[in-house]
Ligand binder design. Structure first.
Ligand code: IMP
Ligand code: MG
Length: 184
């Protein structure tokens, strides 16, 4: 079922409500906490899309947790990436011997997370897991799966809850779809 967003956002419809997101994030937080057996954790958010997911997920995890952030750019603008991924902001703190959870908004082609996994593994973390709020398995190019997935979706372009279209809509509290009624 889809619902209209506010009139300021004509042409958008809700795919997952803030309530559905909150419930799922709470479940993932409990799972992450359980899997850590009381050990410390470093959450590594992939800027900017994962910022809201990381903020909520962090509060659903009850072990001792610190934050770090990386930023990547993929060549080619728009909805399709060209393949090459570049790190434009590296980790601030060492991850050697630590439990690391990469927090990403969407696992799409898998190019971004395969690249991050490869470079993080070179730092020899104690464990390295991936949490992706959304997973689009039909789009995969690289063989990679997340350890924790919020929702599996078909090949739809989504915005809101951190995710953007040309940098807009990140602040929408719900995960939304653009419809044919969208003004742009
Ligand atoms: P990939 O897995 O390397 O293809 O790229 C994943 C990145 O592409 C995500 O972190 C998003 O930034 C972006 N992305 C993929 N699908 C969408 C979408 O539906 N909406 C907004 N951004 C998307
Ligand atoms: Mg992203």
């Amino acid at each position: 079922m889809t619902t209209a967003v506010s009139p300021a956002h004509r042409g958008l419809e809700i795919l997952y409500t803030r309530r559905q997101i909150a419930d799922r994030v709470a479940e993932i937080g409990a799972e992450v906490t359980r899997d850590l057996n009381g050990e410390q954790l470093i959450l590594v958010g992939v800027l900017k899309g994962a910022a809201l997911f990381l903020a909520d997920l962090a509060r659903a995890i009850t072990v001792d947790t610190t934050f770090d952030f990386v930023a990547v750019s993929s060549y080619g603008k728009g909805q399709n990436t060209s393949g090459a991924v570049k790190l434009i902001k590296d980790l601030d703190h060492p991850i050697e011997g630590k439990n690391v959870l990469i927090v990403e908004d969407i696992l799409d082609t898998g190019l971004t997370l395969s690249y991050l996994r490869k470079i993080f593994l070179q730092h020899r973390p104690k464990s390295l897991r991936i949490a992706a709020l959304l997973d689009k398995p039909s789009r995969r190019i690289e063989k990679i799966e997340a350890d924790y997935v919020g929702f599996r979706i078909p090949n739809l372009f989504v915005i809101g809850y951190g995710m953007d279209y040309a940098e807009r809509y990140r602040n929408l509290p719900d995960i939304c779809l653009m419809t044919s009624d969208h003004p742009e």
